[in-house]
Design a protein around this ligand. Structure first.
Ligand code: CP
Length: 339
């Protein structure tokens, strides 16, 4: 069976920990030849700064080659639905794309954001699943409805600062943004913090902003396994009080999915969820992070972004190290004793 990295939910905490240990080593010693002669295709259906740079550079630092393809721009548009009469924009089907790329490269990574029309359809994550079903090489998720590479970078950063993460208070706070954004990073933040045994608090303005039940239930289950807590609150002070790590993200309300104008009327009431110095002052000296990109003075103030507590740049750098560790693992070249 081919080993993919589609979701951290498919991996044990122990396996993910080994990846993080390798990432720490790679941070100290970045250059290796372990992937000499290996290659990865990076399919970007959506824009990126960090993901593209860190994967391309990471593969090169391991001696391999990365090929970036932007279907619909510099590569043919792809149809993902089975059984379609392909008389629209897409020139080829994922069945052929997956098989052809598998015959050239050793790994395929994809970024495929949801369509933002129907959550019941988008939540099936059918684009990456279609790719994985037809590829004969490992597939890596570069963000779909979850963002597992970001999860690893976030946990590497948290571990660096908190050392022991079990039972430390992790707060995922919703923040305002002019657009209803993807829930991927928020879903992922819940998955990894709970998987590593943190006490998890989800802070969001109202029940409309609670994330999909599938992720809430998984997070609750992981917390239960560790004997840690999982809480949802709409009260800012309760959430920030005693927090050890604050993570911010904006996302659209699922009950208004596909109705951005209606959702905007609700969302604009909650601009005060911005992460600011006053809120951070009631934490337990918490570090703050965000996946980036971040709109300053909308999601977090300049004061917070420029403070020593902000570790968002470190987390972005850690994307490079964790992704290299993951590629080594998928190519059966881990640095640690698992080999
Ligand atoms: N955090 C993240 O995935 O950044 P990019 O969208 O720039 O890749």
């Amino acid at each position: 069976m081919i080993k993919h990295f589609l979701s951290t939910a498919d991996w044990s905490q122990e396996s993910l920990n080994r990846i993080l240990e390798d990432a720490v080593q790679l941070k100290q010693q970045p250059l290796h030849n372990h992937l000499n002669g290996k290659s990865i295709a990076l399919l970007f259906l959506n824009p990126s700064l960090r993901t593209r740079t860190s994967f391309e550079l990471g593969m090169s630092q391991l001696g391999g080659t990365a090929i970036v393809l932007q279907p619909g721009q510099d590569a043919w548009g792809i149809e993902f639905e089975p059984g379609q009469i392909m008389d629209g924009h897409a020139e080829e089907h994922i069945k052929e794309v997956a098989k052809v790329l598998s015959s050239y490269v050793d790994m395929i990574a994809i970024r495929a954001f949801p369509e933002f029309k129907n959550w019941q359809v988008d939540k099936l994550d059918h684009k990456i699943k279609g790719l994985a079903a037809h590829a004969t090489v490992p597939v890596i998720n570069m963000e779909t409805i979850i963002h597992p590479c970001q999860e690893l970078a976030m946990m590497m950063t948290i571990k660096n600062h908190l050392k022991v993460v079990k039972r430390k208070k992790f707060v995922l706070t919703w923040t305002y943004h002019p657009k209803p954004l993807n829930t991927a990073v928020a879903n992922s933040a819940l998955l990894i913090s709970s998987k590593f045994g943190m006490d998890v608090t989800l802070l969001c303005p109202s029940p409309d902003y609670i994330l999909d039940q599938a992720y809430i239930e998984l997070a609750k289950q992981y917390c239960q396994q560790h004997g840690s807590q999982f809480n949802i609150t709409h009260d800012i002070k309760t959430a920030y009080q005693d927090a050890d790590f604050v993570y911010a993200k904006s996302w659209g309300a699922l009950p208004f999915y596909g109705q951005p104008e209606a959702e905007a009327k609700v969302r604009t009431q909650y601009k005060h969820f911005i992460v600011d110095g006053e809120k951070m002052a009631i934490t337990n000296g918490a570090k703050f992070s965000h996946c980036l990109p971040l709109r300053r003075n909308v999601k977090a103030t300049d004061e917070v972004m420029d403070a020593d507590c902000c570790v968002a740049i470190e987390e972005a750098e850690n994307r490079l190290h964790v992704q290299k560790a993951m590629m080594l693992n998928l190519m059966n070249q881990p640095l640690n004793t698992e080999k």
